[in-house]
Design a protein around this ligand. Structure first.
Ligand SMILES: C[S@@+](CC[C@H](N)C(=O)[O-])C[C@H]1O[C@@H](n2cnc3c(N)ncnc32)[C@H](O)[C@@H]1O
Length: 229
């Protein structure tokens, strides 16, 4: 965000820059504003609001991304990191796991994929209304890749986070509670993320066009610090 604000100021010396944050109403907004104002305790995090760039404003929207979060055609550049895997609901129970990504149950996987497809289209349609003509949307989604890798489960580590959650929860909570516990999440494939941009879709009719999409494995700083990669 610091780099973006600096680039905008360089290109537009006079224009006011408004950075809108968006999350659920119950988000920890105190921390967001402490971060942007540079008031977080040490180690201090540098902020674009340190006075070096004038005419910059920070606002927040406490609305779900399934709703309209910003005024129509008001956003030049939208960015979202690792949030849109949250679905509106669990479409069914996942009998053998807590998370759809590590289930081997074909019916559950299919139901989650269908829910995720409908939810992703709904999210994109809301953004299409908010983004100005010529504006851009950049989304970094948690994903499942062609090799079955996903958050906390990769060829780089022997342990796997979600299967371990499931194992421990079964041990702690017992079978009945474990069966009733599911993440309303989907780590969509690259194909699922790009599907709404097919010719003739509601999303393209709403004005969004896919510029590029890729799936990659993100370096883990903790693993790197442990000297294991
Ligand atoms: C893993 S955090 C990522 C936060 C931040 N983007 C980052 O990269 O540090 C996921 C965020 O998604 C938010 N979230 C989940 N469902 C949401 C919804 N329907 N609308 C808006 N935000 C949502 C959560 O409140 C949480 O802050």
């Amino acid at each position: 965000m610091r780099a973006i604000v600096a680039s905008v100021r360089e290109a537009e010396p006079e224009a006011p820059v408004v950075v809108h944050y968006e999350d659920q109403a119950l988000n920890d907004w105190q921390s967001v504003f402490q971060l942007t104002s540079g008031a977080l305790p040490s180690p201090s995090v540098p902020t674009y609001m340190d006075g070096s760039i004038g005419n910059v404003y920070v606002l927040a929207s406490g609305a779900s991304f399934y709703e309209r979060c910003f005024a129509p055609s008001s956003i030049d550049l939208a960015f979202c990191a690792t949030a849109m895997h949250w679905l509106t609901d669990v479409p069914c129970g996942v009998p053998d796991a807590l998370h759809s990504a590590c289930s081997a149950d074909a019916a559950a996987r299919e139901a989650f994929a269908a829910q995720a497809a409908a939810d992703w289209e709904a999210i994109l349609l809301q953004r299409a209304a908010e983004i100005k003509p010529g504006g851009q949307l950049v989304v970094a989604n948690f994903a499942t890749d062609g090799e079955g890798q996903y958050l906390g489960t990769s060829r780089r580590v022997a342990q796997a986070m979600h299967p371990t959650f499931s194992e421990l929860w079964l041990e702690v909570a017992g079978e009945e509670v474990h069966r009733a516990t599911n993440f309303p999440n989907e780590y969509r494939s690259l194909e699922a993320c790009t599907a709404p941009f097919a010719a003739g879709s509601a999303v393209t009719a709403a004005g969004l066009r896919l510029e590029s999409a890729e799936c990659d494995l993100v370096e883990c700083p903790f693993l790197a610090a442990a000297g294991e990669v």
